[in-house]
Design a protein around this ligand. Structure first.
Ligand code: 2NL
Length: 366
């Protein structure tokens, strides 16, 4: 059957010459499609006498097979060539910088708390935490604050309407002292802790927010005296403000929970219209700034916390974290701390990857 041989040769030649996948598809339809010439030959088999069909069927089947194989082989070759062309022409530059990912920043209060933890850890202090919802025994009574103390008044403290199970009142803690009372009661002496955290007072104006942050420190051991207090605060303030020339002035004061009580001032100079900590406050053009309250823990507080005040003595101090942050990083509006304005946070915020360390200077910025 010369016709079939010719058809096969011609088909294979055209397939080999096809320029692209589209041309190949045209040829596939032309030969093997429903109306295609090979398909037409297949249909003629049905009309043949059995002997003739037996003679012709293998030839037509073989024709269809070779056209189909030729199409597939050519298609695979074209696809391979196309892939190789892309691999040769497209390049990926792995030296390009990765796209910047948006990242948050650490709030100055959190940063300062981390700095405090780092500095006091170096002096052997652990960080203690406790509930923000307290009862009046841990917040006031155990701190030697009598029922008549003004801080216990409704207009200074946020009270919950329900009574505590033991009959006392429930409130938002006004300082972190109750954490220290709880630590003395649960772990006994000696104690060396700082208690940072949120505290609440019914106060709201340009320099007071109803919630603010405080850190208190407590040391209980044998033979602790005012010298230990002074050295600890001086070492802390020098490390925190990263200045060796921090000068302290201790002034007698009164707190119910300490006896004697000591107010601590730090000397400052005026530089470029701003107060800059450092140097004696008595030098010309200098002054003293009240920074923290402290004292020797009142023996009644030690006793109420379950320890023998004849065996155990200690000192304690308290300072506002927000105020420390403002002084160190030059912020002038306390209320901005709690507005959550991202522009302020971007300006003053700290890199989450910048962990405070003493060796790098605790306040180092990335
Ligand atoms: C301030 C400074 C202070 C304390 C806090 C304290 C805690 C215990 C026992 C004794 Cl458990 N004292 N804390 C001591 C002195 C000052 O805070 O200006 N407060 C109004």
């Amino acid at each position: 059957m010369d016709d079939l041989d010719t058809l096969e040769r011609e088909a294979c030649a055209r397939i080999a010459d096809a320029a692209d996948l589209a041309a190949l598809e045209v040829l596939r339809v032309e030969y093997l499609g429903k109306q295609g010439s090979v398909s037409a030959l297949m249909k003629t088999l049905g009309a043949m006498a059995p002997e003739e069909r037996q003679a012709q069927a293998p030839r037509i089947q073989s024709l269809r097979q070779s056209v189909s194989v030729a199409l597939e082989t050519r298609k695979a070759a074209m696809e391979k060539a196309e892939l190789e062309q892309r691999l040769a022409s497209e390049t990926l530059d792995l030296t390009l910088p990765a796209p910047e990912m948006p990242k948050g920043s650490v709030h100055p209060v959190s940063q300062v708390m981390d700095e405090l933890a780092e500095i006091f850890a170096d002096m052997g202090f652990a960080v203690a935490t406790g509930p923000e919802i307290e009862d009046d025994w841990h917040n006031f009574t155990a701190l030697n604050m009598p029922e008549s103390h003004p801080a216990r008044a409704m207009h200074d403290t946020f009270y919950f309407p329900d009574a505590a199970p033991e009959g006392g009142r429930i409130l938002l803690r006004t300082h972190t002292s109750p954490v220290q009372v709880r630590t003395m009661m649960s772990q006994g002496a000696p104690v060396r802790i700082i208690a940072p955290g949120r505290v609440y007072r019914s106060d709201s104006d340009a320099t007071h927010t109803p919630m603010f942050h405080q850190v208190e420190g407590l040391v209980i051991d044998r033979g602790i005296h005012l010298g230990h207090l002074k050295w600890t605060l001086e070492t802390f303030l020098k490390a925190f403000f990263e200045r060796e020339d921090i000068v302290l002035r201790l002034r007698p004061s009164y707190f119910p929970f300490t006896e004697p009580s000591v107010e601590v001032d730090v000397g400052f100079a005026i530089e470029g219209g701003r107060r800059v900590l450092g140097g004696s406050g008595d030098a010309p053009g200098h002054g003293w700034m009240e920074l923290l309250g402290s004292g020797m823990v009142n023996r009644r507080v030690i006793e109420m916390s379950g320890l023998d005040p004849d065996e155990w003595q200690g000192f304690a101090f308290g300072v506002g974290v927000d105020r420390l942050a403002m002084l160190k990083y030059g912020m002038d509006d306390l209320r901005a701390f709690f507005d959550g304005d991202v522009r302020w946070l971007r300006h003053y915020g700290f890199s989450p990857f910048d962990q405070p360390t003493l060796s790098a200077g605790v306040g180092a910025r990335a």
